[in-house]
Design a protein around this ligand. Sequence first.
Ligand SMILES: [Zn+2]
Ligand SMILES: [Zn+2]
Length: 401
Amino acid sequence: MELNYVAFVVPAFFLFLGLEYLAARRQKKGHYFTFDSSIANISVGIAERLMSLFISASFYAAFYWIYNHFALFHIPNHWTIWVVLILATDLVWYWYHRLGHEINFMWGAHIVHHQSEEFNYTVAARITILQAFLRNLFWCILPLFGFHPSLVITMLVIHGAYSFFTHTRIIGHLGWLENIFITPSHHRVHHASNEKYINKNYGDLFVFWDKLFNTFQKEEEEPVYGLTHPIKSNSFMWQHFHYFMEMLEGMRRADGWRAKLKIVFGKPEDLDQNIRKDLEVIFLPHKRQLKPTFRFKAYLTTQIALCLTTLFALILFINYLNLTEKWFIALLIVITLINCGALLEKRSWIFHLEYTRLLLMTGLISYEWDSPELFVLSLIFVLLSSSSLNVQKWYFRFVYH
Ligand SMILES: [Zn+2]
Ligand SMILES: [Zn+2]
């Protein structure tokens, strides 16, 4: 068995994020980053990296299966193929991305990437596992055409890394390069909700697909980032699932199967915008307006840092862990992320989630040490202490005041 060095993507991400932050401060643009937004973006990214650990191997196997059984052509492994492959990958991306904006069920997955009202490298991480899943389905086209899976996988890594660097406001216009590549300027337009910027610049690497299919727009006025109808929440769960809930509600209200199917496969702009408002009344009750204290920020940052360290260790040592250990750790991270989102929203039910997490942690230790009595003891402690009002009061005083 060996270490999985892919884990170093995590520190590399923070290295570039740190450099971007320093450059922004230098340009007196520290306001490009806000605490809540950065935490929310990074939380979404952690969950995606985590879940990808469980699904990417299956997709790589699927690429080989498709290539071995259904490949339409057997494209030779020659250096010129890289040029064809890079163009093919970018074209598949263009349509995957464009359909992600034009078909409701795909927009339900992609919308999360566009919720951020900030635009910096943390937004590049803002991809959900649902989006990664759909994207992998599109990538199956490449081995189907006859590109060898090992080439496809290498290309996807390069392609994925490139798009990270287009999520920044600190790089201005890049002259002639803008006629060939998708640059930060082009991608800023894609993330903007200004009227003239909507549904523009879907490309990832090359700009000519947008020009060819009439979706290109140059960056002119200052972009306003985020959705046309911004979501007013940093809740981890709401961010991930609000659009699917809107679709379900839309289907419930629609008359007949034709109308219901139109909700799934129709255009996002045709979905009744009032549904979101109605759901917000139910699922986003008025949150406490508390100014975040230094202690609150420190508590949240520590949790995200712990999640990242755990994720890094999980990826690095993945080959040494059994399935139970992997799932325990993954669950622990996901609960912590839900917890962080709820903290940003100042929800009171996080108190119970904190206890669930405590139980999970002792559960993991009991499993590793093969001592169920430790778990029973912690369960008794949790049951006794969680019912004490004093503990609840102390907790809320600690995190919110
Ligand atoms: Zn998009
Ligand atoms: Zn983007």
